[in-house]
Design a protein around this ligand. Structure first.
Ligand SMILES: [Mg+2]
Length: 400
């Protein structure tokens, strides 16, 4: 069966996201409609432009032009400094939505994701119709536009999303590859960098079709393994899987401490967990995300390490809640032996702890998920109060 892969790519991500931030702060203009750029340091004449608005691109201002050149083209250029933490927050909104809808999501960069749609076709229906829905939903919900590319592998999906921008859905199925891709200049091929293109042009290979129809061994002779890759790409071949491990969310946020002496006093240990929970909560809030997975690590005086983790259906960023879950896991794991190291880590981030996906309400699976989340939330609300009480008692005993 042919796979169906979607590639979702935020249009001029940094510029769009900065536009939203400025609007939130009360700035009157939407810089997406102005001649505007995002540049490292607006005060440096030679600061490099990292993103440009559509109107700016129209008059020839685009990355990686520097500000000096750009101001020569348009002297009243609006220049905005990037805000990485805000970008991260916006990126997470989209990724957590996708993580909620799909099992297999690969974050490819801060503003790009791959999704394996194959098994979802019977749930969400036709992929093109769905892509339009998803694109419009992202705009309505988060305020920025995306391009969605649809193909039978990651390569095609990615190349498709790069066709006309912004706010578009394009397909590049296997049977369309020759017609849509082969006439394009070789530089349009994914992963074909400047030096590879130069080499290929010297071999009189000018279009992607030229490369696809060239002699593979000759290409490999000139460009080694990269040549093999490009030759395969030119023929639309890419069997790589969606790599769900690669997104940075898996790394999570965590703290651990090697203790100066072995501790077997639960009250004292719980103080460390409380401190970690406080720091983790602070970090989650800074990033504007919630976590749904907690792992407690214990190393005993014999240097044997235990990890005990749990994935919860709802997510959290509150220190008390993290603390009570951590303490719970700790109690389940600890064998009352002296401890040398204690650690706490949270992973599996989402941007919200309460999903309201009205658009997808017709979809049974999502409906059930939301329902399940609500039930779990209710249970945790009741359950939570008791556990927090427990925590407070422990803290008091521990001279807090
Ligand atoms: Mg993009």
């Amino acid at each position: 069966m042919n796979r169906i892969i979607l590639h979702i790519d935020v249009n001029s991500a940094f510029l769009s996201w900065s536009a939203l931030k400025l609007l939130e702060e009360g700035y009157k203009k939407d810089i997406r409609n102005e001649i505007s750029v995002i540049a490292g340091d607006p005060n440096k004449r030679h600061g490099v432009i990292i993103a440009a608005s559509v109107p700016a691109k129209k008059i020839g201002i685009k990355p990686p032009t520097n500000l000096y050149e750009a101001r020569k083209i348009f002297k009243d250029l609006i220049v905005v400094k990037p805000d990485r933490s805000y970008y991260y927050k916006k990126s997470n909104q989209m990724i957590s939505l996708l993580n909620h809808l799909f099992d297999k999501v690969q974050q490819y960069s801060i503003d790009e994701c791959f999704v394996d749609y194959t098994s979802y076709k019977k749930i969400y229906g036709d992929e093109v119709k769905f892509a339009y829905k998803l694109k419009n939903y992202i705009y309505k919900k988060f305020g920025f536009t995306v391009n969605i590319g649809i193909g039978n592998n990651k390569l095609s999906a990615k190349m498709a999303s790069d066709f006309e921008k912004p706010n578009k859905v394009h397909t590049l199925y296997e049977y369309e590859f020759k017609e849509k891709v082969w006439p394009l200049d070789i530089s349009e091929l994914f992963m074909a960098g400047k030096s590879a293109c130069k080499t290929l042009k010297e071999l009189n290979i000018n279009t992607i079709g030229d490369l696809a129809n060239s002699d593979e061994t000759m290409i490999i002779r000139h460009l080694k393994s990269h040549g093999k890759l490009l030759y395969e790409y030119a023929n639309g071949i890419d069997n790589s899987e969606i790599n769900t491990d690669s997104y940075n969310e898996r790394k999570g946020i965590g703290f651990s401490r090697t203790l100066e002496y072995d501790i077997d006093d639960k009250v004292e240990i719980s103080k460390y967990l409380y401190d970690f929970s406080t720091d983790i909560s602070k970090k989650l809030k800074e990033k504007g995300v919630y976590a749904s997975n907690i792992t407690v690590t214990i190393r005993n005086s014999e240097f044997k390490t235990y990890n005990h983790g749990h994935k919860y259906l709802n997510s959290f960023n509150d220190k008390e809640q993290i603390y009570k879950l951590a303490l719970d896991l700790f109690n389940q794991t600890w064998k009352k032996e002296p401890i040398r190291l204690i650690g706490l880590r949270v992973t599996d981030f989402t941007d919200s702890n309460n999903y309201q996906l009205s658009l997808f309400e017709e979809n049974k699976k999502v409906k059930e998920d939301i329902l399940a989340n609500e039930i779990i939330n209710d249970i945790n609300k009741k359950f939570g109060k008791d556990i927090i009480k427990k925590g407070v008692i422990i803290n008091k005993k521990g001279e807090k």
